[in-house]
Design a protein around this ligand. Structure first.
Ligand code: SF4
Ligand code: ZN
Length: 304
């Protein structure tokens, strides 16, 4: 909790204390910082190009709601760009249905077209059904979601798929891949993972990867964005949760740790990505882009 008697440098009451900077921020200055960070990540990494059709992946949570709002705020007057949103219902009890309501409200407020689809409609299963057959629910959900986001974004004519990974997510993903010694996935992190050009693959961009999760929560709250605070009932104990706790504890003791992890990643990835520029294959069963003969979605579907 921030000390409510503290003031921002501009004199307004503080809502955030950035320990790694030793500085208090008010709602106004925090918003400016978040927007500057968003623009800087896009600019430095050239995430958005002229005439892009940007599909924003919405979940109804604080991060993706902030992402859509930022795109609207920063780019709404760019006539060459088109911005629309996509949400996927995984079939998780009432959980996602409530999130979808928030996403609908946000898109209505911003006058942005929201496209909806579901696992049930496109893949023929719900996560609730899968959870009865396996303990690896999140593995299935993650693979199916990536598959469907790409497929739908492509069908909607998107040239970029914007996802709401924040700084905390990015730092966790880096450490998780170190723990698993997964160099292939490690290589695929970064602001625009999988830059490989393939007509069936929509490049994913991560404009929030340098913004702390806590700041996005405050940003969404300050701007009164409709978002759901609920957690998925399947997000139980897993490696990610342990890594999150570990990094948060280190950040508390050594402020700035999350930023340093991501900076370190960016510095070394430039060196190890040199020989990478391979081509994608297309799945023999469904035709979607993959690194294997059969894509992960088709492989997992066979197991259940
Ligand atoms: Fe899917 Fe829920 Fe797992 Fe997230 S926590 S991957 S929404 S099942
Ligand atoms: Zn396939």
């Amino acid at each position: 909790m921030v000390d409510l008697t503290k003031k921002c440098e501009c004199g307004r009451p503080a809502i955030l204390y950035r320990k790694y900077e030793g500085r208090y921020y008010c709602d106004h200055c925090l918003s400016k910082q978040v927007e500057r960070n968003f623009k800087k990540t896009i600019g430095i990494n050239r995430l958005i190009e002229k005439n892009d059709r940007i599909c924003v992946a919405l979940s109804g949570g604080k991060d993706s709601s902030s992402l859509l709002y930022l795109f609207w705020k920063v780019f709404r007057n760019r006539k060459d760009l088109k911005i629309f949103a996509l949400i996927i219902d995984e079939g998780i009890g009432n959980y996602r249905k409530k999130c979808i309501k928030k996403a609908e409200k946000l898109c209505e407020n911003l006058n942005i077209k929201l496209h909806k689809t579901s696992f049930k409609k496109e893949i023929g299963v719900t996560i609730d059904k899968i959870a009865k057959k396996t303990t690896k629910t999140c593995t299935y959900c993650g693979v199916f979601k990536r598959y469907l986001l790409n497929k739908k974004a492509r069908e909607l004519g998107a040239t970029k798929l914007a996802v709401a990974h924040n700084l905390d997510d990015e730092a966790q993903a880096i450490i998780m891949n170190v723990i698993r010694c997964d160099l292939k996935r490690f290589e695929r992190l970064g602001p625009m993972p999988g830059i490989i050009r393939d007509k069936k693959f929509v490049p994913r961009v991560k404009p929030l990867r340098n913004i702390h999760e806590k700041e996005l929560y405050l940003y969404a709250t300050v701007h009164k964005l409709p978002f759901s605070k609920r957690h998925c009932p399947y997000s139980k104990d897993n490696v990610r949760r342990d890594v999150r706790t570990l990094i948060n504890n280190i950040e508390e003791k050594y402020p700035g740790t999350k930023i340093q992890i991501v900076k370190f990643y960016d510095a070394i990835i430039k060196k190890i990505k040199i020989k990478k520029k391979g081509k994608l294959k297309h799945c023999k069963e469904c035709g979607e882009p993959t690194n294997q003969e059969i894509c992960k979605t088709c492989e997992l579907l066979k197991r259940i």
